[in-house]
Design a protein. Structure first.
Length: 651
């Protein structure tokens, strides 16, 4: 898998510095063990996701993967220290594959992204001490662990934008290998080493130490020529197509005959290139997890079937041995009588020696006896079967020992067959779950910024009578709703609780029916702080626009987002806190949350929720899985339309 080169890092950090300087850190996620997504809010642009994959890449992404339901500790720590902080710079350390993102909050923090070797992501405090690394590592001269002073690895090779000719000469003259390997090991990497040699026309297998001053000068000029677009920032980001793909910020002669696709920025090119690989990686990880789960049961089934076969073999051989004992009754009895007679005069050791001598001399009466152990158990070979006979037992008793073994094995077979049946059902069940899960795997899809309608900046819904209802999201939007959008024939609603939105029904010059007022009351109650407190109902009042004022009595103060209501209020008592969330067609497909009667008028694809115990993000994910089968909306779209606090699905 391709990893970002020093040149790629140079290009990507220059673009990110311009994009993120002044941005606010929002959240951090860790979708895979080596991958972190940090979300920023960029003034004038909004949400920007930066993917950081240790040892591989860093760039803006429009393919954010699904966030894990249980966040690991590392992104939670990033949120703790960086959330709300302002980005001061994004820069490359030297010309190495190391990126530093400086964030100012209560102090200056540095997020270091290492893209060499297996890589790392490390948070530093303003003293340069490690707060927490994604991965703890120790070398002989360097240790990456909490509370350690962060030490940069030694820089390897030349910075093609800042080196002197004598430095290049020294590297080449002191090399013990050929030209191409020397350049590759001097910080240029294999691809750019090939490009430099191609531009010089030299033989790449020439020993570097044999190069003349003129040859070195040609190499020096080829390096300057190759990397001059970096100095002028005249980048031409593109992906090389056909065959093994590659993503590059500058054009190379080595790919001259290959088709390519150009992009506006190297971040965009890197996003398209790496995200396709990342999607396959997510699929592979899910498939491996399921294969491991299925494999666990398949291993159990294999052991159970082997055990079953072993019991069946025991039944077969034990029954045959019992039958052979009876079939050779007289012969075995003679052997037992001889052994018992000998036992009166000799020890078992002496008897074993006598029989061994008799077998050597070829005496027929000793040929059936294979061995006798110190306990007096005799191993006989009868018709190709080795049968152990206890000299202290009678022949029927010896035969019964084998029949009993077969009997016990038969009983155990019943249990094994039941266990096999259970395991096969488990495999069938987990295979169905696996197939369903792999079909519904959420791979990163390109996040295209949807143009929001003006009313989507607020809380909103369309009543069942077709009236637009708006509500503020916070103090600022409460002010805007009332001051900019409330007109004389509209209706203003507010819940009888601190922490409630200002809600207006847009009349469009028409008479507003009672049904719409009732629905707007449910909306006003549900999006108030009563939802967070777990209330089931709340009183709501409505008034006419002329009763709503920002002018306080003398000596009083009206906070931002709050209003003075003059005159009588029309109360609606015991308004239930319950809303529906559905995908409706209103000037295009969009998500609407409001009273059930209003939502079901426009779609059958909705769920109903009430105050409950499920966290907002988990609730949003569950709603999305139920009504957004085609994955046309993001999880953030669903979070945005939900009331504050926890809730549960009731329908």
């Amino acid at each position: 898998m391709k990893t970002m080169s020093n040149v790629d890092v140079f290009a990507v950090t220059n673009e990110l510095n311009e994009l993120l300087t002044g941005a606010r850190v929002d959240k951090a996620y860790q979708p895979l063990k080596d991958t972190v997504i940090v979300r920023f809010h960029v003034p004038g642009e909004g949400r920007v996701d930066i993917v950081m994959q240790a040892g591989v890449r860093i760039h803006r992404t429009r393919y954010p993967p699904e966030n894990p339901r249980t966040p690991p500790s590392f992104p939670m720590l990033l949120r703790k220290y960086l959330k709300g902080g302002i980005v001061r710079s994004v820069r490359q350390h030297g010309f190495d594959r190391i990126v530093e993102i400086k964030v100012e909050r209560d102090q200056e923090y540095t997020l270091v992204v290492e893209l060499f070797s297996k890589g790392n992501i490390i948070l530093l405090n303003q003293e340069g001490e490690i707060i927490l690394p994604l991965k703890r590592k120790t070398w002989s001269d360097r240790r990456i662990a909490s509370h350690e002073k962060y030490a940069y690895p030694p820089s390897r090779g030349l910075n093609p934008l800042k080196y002197e000719l004598h430095e290049l000469t020294e590297i080449l003259k002191n090399s013990d290998t050929d030209l191409i390997r020397t350049l590759a090991r001097s910080g240029f990497g294999g691809l750019y080493a090939e490009e430099i040699v191609l531009r010089t026309g030299l033989d790449k297998e020439t020993p570097a130490s044999d190069l003349s001053s003129e040859d070195i000068q040609r190499i020096h000029e080829a390096i300057r020529e190759t990397f001059s677009p970096l100095e002028s920032l005249d980048l031409k980001p593109h992906i090389i197509k056909d065959g093994e793909e590659d993503v590059l910020p500058i054009e190379l002669r080595i790919y001259k005959k290959r088709p390519r696709e150009y992009f506006e920025s190297f971040n965009d090119a890197a996003d398209e290139f790496f995200s396709s690989v990342f999607r396959e990686e997510i699929k592979r990880i899910h498939e491996e997890r399921w294969a491991k789960e299925v494999g666990r049961f398949e291993k159990r089934l294999r052991i159970q079937k082997e055990t079953l076969e072993k019991f069946r073999k025991t039944i077969e051989t034990s029954t045959r041995k019992g039958e052979l004992i009876y079939a050779n009754y007289q012969r075995i009895q003679e052997i037992l009588d001889s052994i018992r007679d000998a036992r009166e005069r000799y020890s078992w050791k002496e008897i074993r020696k006598i029989i061994a001598d008799a077998r050597k001399r070829g005496l027929p009466e000793a040929q059936d006896i294979i061995e006798i152990d110190p306990m007096g158990r005799i191993t006989l070979e009868i018709e190709g079967e080795r049968i152990q006979i206890d000299s202290k037992l009678s022949i029927p008793e010896n035969a019964e020992v084998y029949y009993e073994k077969a009997k016990k094995a038969r009983k155990k077979i019943e249990g094994v067959l039941m266990a096999i049946e259970r395991t096969e059902k488990e495999i069938e069940k987990i295979t169905r779950r696996k197939d369903e899960a792999l079909r519904n795997i959420t791979v990163p899809r390109k996040r295209v910024k949807r143009e929001m309608k003006w009313f989507e900046k607020f809380r909103w819904f369309l009543s069942s009578d077709g009236f637009l209802v708006l509500g503020g999201r916070d103090a600022g939007t409460n002010e805007i709703v009332v001051k900019r959008h409330m007109e004389p024939r509209d209706i203003y609603l507010h819940s009888d609780i601190h922490g409630a939105p200002s809600v207006i029904i847009k009349s469009q010059g028409k008479e507003i029916p009672e049904t719409t007022i009732q629905e707007a009351a449910v909306f006003a109650a549900s999006f108030s702080s009563a939802w967070t407190r777990g209330f089931s109902s709340l009183d709501v009042y409505w008034v006419h626009p002329e009763q709503v004022s920002k002018t306080p009595k003398s000596g009083e103060f009206v906070a931002r987002g709050a209003f003075i209501i003059r005159g009588s209020r029309n109360y609606i008592r015991g308004v239930p806190l319950k809303i529906a969330v559905g995908i409706v067609d209103y000037d295009g497909e969009r998500l609407m949350s409001g009273p059930q009667s209003a939502v079901e008028k426009r779609t059958d694809n909705y769920v109903v929720i009430k105050p409950g115990y499920t966290k907002k993000e988990a609730l949003a994910r569950e709603i999305k899985s139920r009504i957004d089968k085609e994955n046309i909306l993001t999880l953030e779209d669903f979070i945005r339309v939900l009331p504050p606090g926890k809730g549960d699905i009731v329908q």
